[in-house]
Design a binder for this molecule. Structure first.
Ligand SMILES: [Zn+2]
Length: 496
């Protein structure tokens, strides 16, 4: 009779217990001799974890068994956990050896093919898996604890280094990160403008890196992580202030305008780059007339060299008539009220559909989970075979995953929809006054919201290519009632 021997130690076992491969091999050899086995081959696995089947010596062993199955009667290990620490792998491996007519023998465990022997092997497999799971649970629990105390557990992002357990600014990279945040917060830079700045200090930045950097709250000392119920202040010496970080997020979210490719923002010219030339359609720029202080005036003018119109209009005049124009496009108060009521009604209907869809998904999910439990019961009672159990439970597993995915992707209901609508409509009702009294920043946001494609001024009046859909939709209410179409897909205006 021939046997092969498989031994394994992990790197940690080697370091901690000096538990040598030799010792395992000797025990296995003695065991073989006592049972009259000749040793055909020995496979020695060093520094490999039993979590995976992708161990080089195990792979070789399986190949060897396939090629020599007629001449091999048994495989000997010191303990089953040398072969695997994972219940599923244990089943697969025992099935594999069984199908080749090779017995799996353990030096330290019960080996007969009786119920007791099988049970003992199953249990020792289960115990080693349990130990393994526990080990990784312990590691995760420790990390979770540390994170909740504010200690960042992973690689620090560019700009930080780890000082003991805390994050501190990197002397060379941190100032660059700060510079990038500060520049972006002005709204005057595009993300791609920072590639050069990063390159200066040898950081190879692409668009992905830059947007991840600008979104990373670690830079203002805040840890956000799926393990945490809410963001916490980390044990971090922050590179930027929370205020600066929030400003940058507002621009990234589109809540603040980003004036790019243009390097001056001046309150005297709120409509610069917004109103366009009636002749060439290029946006107008702003400037002051030459001359002495007394007759110096701000102007909007066309700076397109190929345009023949040489348009030049007094900026202070246009700035005054623009809110007047806003007043004329503003929907009448009673239309606004009507539209508001319809929107809220549509939302109520949609909410019902949304809710019944979610209910259906949740019901299907618990059904699938129940079926999976039942299947396990049947398998434990030996009413279904191992193969059937695995196939079926995999199918159910996939169904569960699909439903969970869909539940995850279904957006939550906007609870305070009504408050949103009220707010948005108060903005619309007062848009001219808000523009007139607002800061430069607010002015520019409002005018872009209402006229996404800008506005043409032809010395007499404004003309526009397109207005924001909310204005055109409310305008449609002026049509006879029976022609009215229920508005769908209303998007609330963001808070300025
Ligand atoms: Zn022009």
């Amino acid at each position: 009779m021939n046997a092969i021997i498989y031994t394994r130690v992990s790197t940690r076992e080697q370091a901690q217990h000096g538990f040598s491969l030799n010792r395992q091999a000797e025990e296995c050899e003695r065991f073989a001799r006592n049972r009259n086995f000749d040793i055909a081959a020995i496979f020695v696995e060093e520094g490999a974890s039993a979590k995976t089947q992708k161990r080089p010596e195990l792979v070789k062993l399986k190949k060897y068994c396939l090629q020599n199955k007629k001449n091999i009667d048994a495989i000997i290990v010191w303990k089953i956990d040398r072969l695997t620490r994972n219940m599923d792998d244990f089943y697969l491996l025992s099935e594999f050896f069984k199908s080749l007519g090779i017995k799996l023998l353990s030096v330290t465990e019960i080996n007969d093919d009786t119920a007791i022997g099988k049970f003992s092997r199953t249990i020792s497999g289960a115990v080693s898996q349990f130990e393994n799971d526990q080990k990784s649970e312990r590691v995760t629990a420790g990390m979770k604890q540390a994170v909740s105390e504010g200690y960042w557990q992973w690689c620090p992002p560019k700009g930080y280094i780890k000082d003991d357990k805390n994050l501190i600014p990197h002397p060379k990279y941190a100032p660059i990160i700060k510079e990038v945040f500060e520049k972006f917060s002005t709204g005057l830079y595009k993300q791609t403008d920072f590639i050069k700045i990063f390159k200066k200090v040898g950081i190879n930045a692409n668009g992905n890196f830059i947007s991840r950097t600008l979104r990373n709250s670690l830079y203002c000392g805040i840890i956000r992580h799926e393990w945490l119920d809410y963001p916490i202040k980390g044990k971090i010496d922050p590179i930027i202030t929370e205020e600066l970080f929030d400003k940058v997020q507002a621009i990234l979210d589109g809540r603040k305008p980003q004036v790019t490719g243009y390097n001056r923002n001046n309150p005297d010219f709120p409509l610069r780059q917004f109103i366009t030339c009636p002749n060439c359609n290029q946006p107008l720029t702003g400037g002051w007339s030459k001359g002495n202080a007394k007759n110096k005036f701000p102007y909007y003018h066309c700076y397109n060299k190929d345009c023949s119109c040489k348009l030049r209009v007094r900026a202070d005049v246009v700035n005054k008539i623009f809110p007047e124009y806003l007043k004329t496009i503003k929907p009448e108060a009673h239309l606004l009220e009507l539209y508001k009521a319809v929107l809220k009604d549509v939302f109520r209907t949609n909410t019902k559909e949304h809710k019944s869809h979610m209910d259906c998904l949740n019901r299907r999910l618990s059904e699938a989970q129940e079926r999976k439990d039942k299947l396990l019961d049947m398998y434990m009672d030996e009413k279904v075979s191992e193969v059937d159990y695995r196939r079926k439970s995999e199918l159910l597993e996939n169904t569960i995953k699909d439903i969970q995915e869909e539940l995850f992707q279904t957006p939550p209901l906007e609870e305070d929809f009504n408050a949103y609508v009220d707010y948005a409509f108060s903005v619309i009702a007062n848009v001219d006054k808000m523009w007139d009294n607002g800061s430069l920043d607010l002015k520019q946001r409002l005018q872009r919201l209402i006229f996404p494609q800008g506005l043409t001024y032809d010395l007499e009046t404004f003309r526009t290519v397109g207005m924001a859909s909310i204005f055109t939709k409310i305008g449609a209410f002026k049509a006879p009632y029976n022609e009215m179409v229920l508005p769908r897909g209303f998007e609330p205006l963001p808070h300025p």
